[in-house]
Ligand binder design. Structure first.
Ligand code: CA
Length: 248
């Protein structure tokens, strides 16, 4: 069943592209894909907004995940308080969230992902990180926990983008930096806005649902393939490979 689904998704993409998929690299999102950091972000957002008079429902941080702090603050103010958040308020909330997040325990490595990334690297497929995060601690940990796969040069972080997800900018920057076209790389994302960003850049996008949101949100955001989580991703790796040729 899943075999058929994956095959269909790649075929459809290759048809639209009018050329076969020739894989050189994978663009990984970081929060919620390589690290199970989203529950910590969600808690931090909920506490921060509470201090600013807004009760944030639990799924919201996951629905806004991947975007910049300013984007989230503006959207939530409009949605729940029906008012505009000015730059000053955005900055205050951003800093407070950062402060609370800094006191949270260390994020765990996402289960099964070290094994998945190791298998990818063993096939000579390049591993890239495309994240809206500016958290130096997590980026440094990435170099430690996944030291067999990621290099500092193969990264797009918050420092490399102006707009951020859901705009295609981060993925377009990753394509520019890597020299890959849309037939050379696919994306692994976990959040609707991340999927939107990757799809707007024209990339084949696999969504892994590692959080509490309904998978229909990932499909609706445009994901070519929605998988249950990191376990299913690892299990499906051989099938993914049979649908692509690896090119160096
Ligand atoms: Ca994410």
């Amino acid at each position: 069943m899943i075999q058929e689904t994956i095959h269909k998704a790649f075929n459809k993409f290759a048809q639209e592209l009018e050329q076969p998929f020739q894989l050189k690299g994978i663009f990984f999102d970081m929060d919620g894909v390589l690290f199970n950091s989203m529950p910590l972000h969600a808690k931090s957002w909920i506490q921060t907004f509470k201090e600013f008079g807004l009760t944030l429902p639990e799924p919201e941080p996951y629905m806004n995940e991947g975007s910049t702090a300013f984007y989230t603050v503006r959207k939530m103010f409009k949605k729940y308080l029906n008012k505009e958040a000015n730059d000053e308020v955005c900055e205050q909330i951003k800093n407070r969230k950062h402060e609370i997040m800094g006191k949270m325990p260390k994020a765990e490595v996402m289960v099964h992902m070290q094994k998945f990334v190791a298998e990818v690297a063993s096939k000579n497929i390049d591993c890239w990180v495309v994240t809206g995060s500016a958290q130096e601690i997590l980026i440094s940990r990435l170099m430690k926990e996944y030291d067999f796969a990621f290099e500092r040069n193969n990264m797009i972080t918050a420092h490399d983008v102006k707009i951020g997800k859901p705009n295609p900018e981060p993925y377009l920057n990753a394509m520019k930096k890597s020299g890959y076209s849309t037939s050379n790389a696919f994306v692994i994302e976990n959040a609707p806005l991340g999927v939107e960003s990757a799809k707007a850049a024209g990339l084949f996008t696999i969504a892994i649902n590692t959080g509490p949101i309904d998978p229909s949100h990932l499909k609706k955001a445009g994901a070519d393939l929605v998988l249950d989580g990191s376990k299913e991703l690892l299990e499906c790796f051989p099938i993914l490979l049979t649908n692509t040729s690896i090119v160096k």
